[in-house]
Write a protein that binds this ligand. Sequence first.
Ligand SMILES: NC(=O)C1=CN([C@@H]2O[C@H](COP(=O)(O)OP(=O)(O)OC[C@H]3O[C@@H](n4cnc5c(N)ncnc54)[C@H](OP(=O)(O)O)[C@@H]3O)[C@@H](O)[C@H]2O)C=CC1
Ligand SMILES: O=C1OC[C@@H](O)[C@H](O)[C@H]1O
Length: 397
Amino acid sequence: MSSVFGVFWRVYAAFISPPRPDNVEDNDTLPPLKIGILGAAAIAPPALVLPAKSHPEVELYAVAARDISRAEKFAKKHGFKKWYGGKDGYQDLLDDQEIDIVYNPLPNGLHYEWTMKALAAGKHVLLEKPSGNTAEETRRMFSLADQKGLVLLEAFHYKFHPAIQRVRAIIDSGELGAIKEVNATLALPKGMLGNDDDIRMNYDLGGGAMMDCGCYTLSCVRYLISNNPSAVISATAMRYSKDPRIDTGTTANLTFASLKPGEEPVRSIIKCDFAIPPRWGLIPRWPDLSVRAVCERGSIEIFNYVMPVIYHSITVRPDGKVPRTEKAYTFEGGKGEEWWTTYRYQLEAFVDKVKGRTPQTWVNPEDSIANMEWIEKIYEESGLGSRPQSTYVLPTA
Ligand SMILES: NC(=O)C1=CN([C@@H]2O[C@H](COP(=O)(O)OP(=O)(O)OC[C@H]3O[C@@H](n4cnc5c(N)ncnc54)[C@H](OP(=O)(O)O)[C@@H]3O)[C@@H](O)[C@H]2O)C=CC1
Ligand SMILES: O=C1OC[C@@H](O)[C@H](O)[C@H]1O
């Protein structure tokens, strides 16, 4: 449904009142997987709480917050059975034997420590993006998950939605010829994010626009080109006035080796910004969430690859032919509903993996590690340097 009614209907079902699950394969015989959340984070309701409400195989079980009253308020508001708080609250949640899955939406600089602790406690972990502060942290987390036979997923939710997968399928089909250039932007109007106390403005917590919004643009161009960059040609950061180690926006110019011998390298410009100024100093701008690929025989672009359930459009312009617009809210013959958010598709895949089923989509450890490696290279090139590596050491058993 691409009408205005369709937008309202999807937003209602996705964010206001997700339909309750009715039928499940093994729901009658197996208890639901119990979820615990570390931190009453702003992203937790859209990214996990709402998706869980329409997933028949999970239960919102416990939340921990540094302040117990905050944990209690969050638990009661969202229907969690238990809450933990105080200085040991996060560890108490991890020690709860009932919990199967831990969602980690802590600040980036704490992803490593608490994911390592969660894995050590035997929990599967859904970890917010970017996976850590450094690629070394990411390698260590996936290595521990592997040793323990646990599922660990970096929550690059946009990849689980049919919209971006449709863009890649069109590129891969060869309809437009070889890919020459892909540019991606995630830029938000000033005022939406980036107050002084925002975790994104704190270097020790892994702040910076390239970490926050930029990690999507990098991930997306790597995904559409089906390769990793071969070099960062240049990277320019706008520095935060109160801490020059933090970028409020970064533009990076990358090059990728072509996958086919003899073809030109693929060029890419990625841009992130969390402070686009109002037009003429007055009129607030819309977020810029665009990705455009130029190929030998035409171009393709998608608007809104980050929150496609609300509205997105895929415009294909084959040279010499009439342009067409496509939408993709569901997979043909696959699991999903028009109102499923990127996060709902992601939760479906995560549960499938935990249950030993083959997920429709997955983000492999190598992919998460490579994304962090190139984030670090971009920060190095911009002169700001990598974010600080965690000093946490997991005690040996
Ligand atoms: N997938 C997506 O679409 C999005 C993902 N994200 C990612 O999710 C994570 C959290 O982002 P967001 O929800 O916006 O952030 P918030 O600041 O709302 O949440 C972070 C949580 O971390 C906890 N925390 C623990 N230690 C600290 C500390 N020293 N300082 C501040 N907070 C602390 C707080 O929990 P407590 O309740 O215990 O106080 C807080 O609730 C980030 O990794 C971000 O990149 C963010 C937005 C969108
Ligand atoms: O993950 C995210 O997605 C959307 C952005 O608004 C936000 O800053 C970021 O953390």
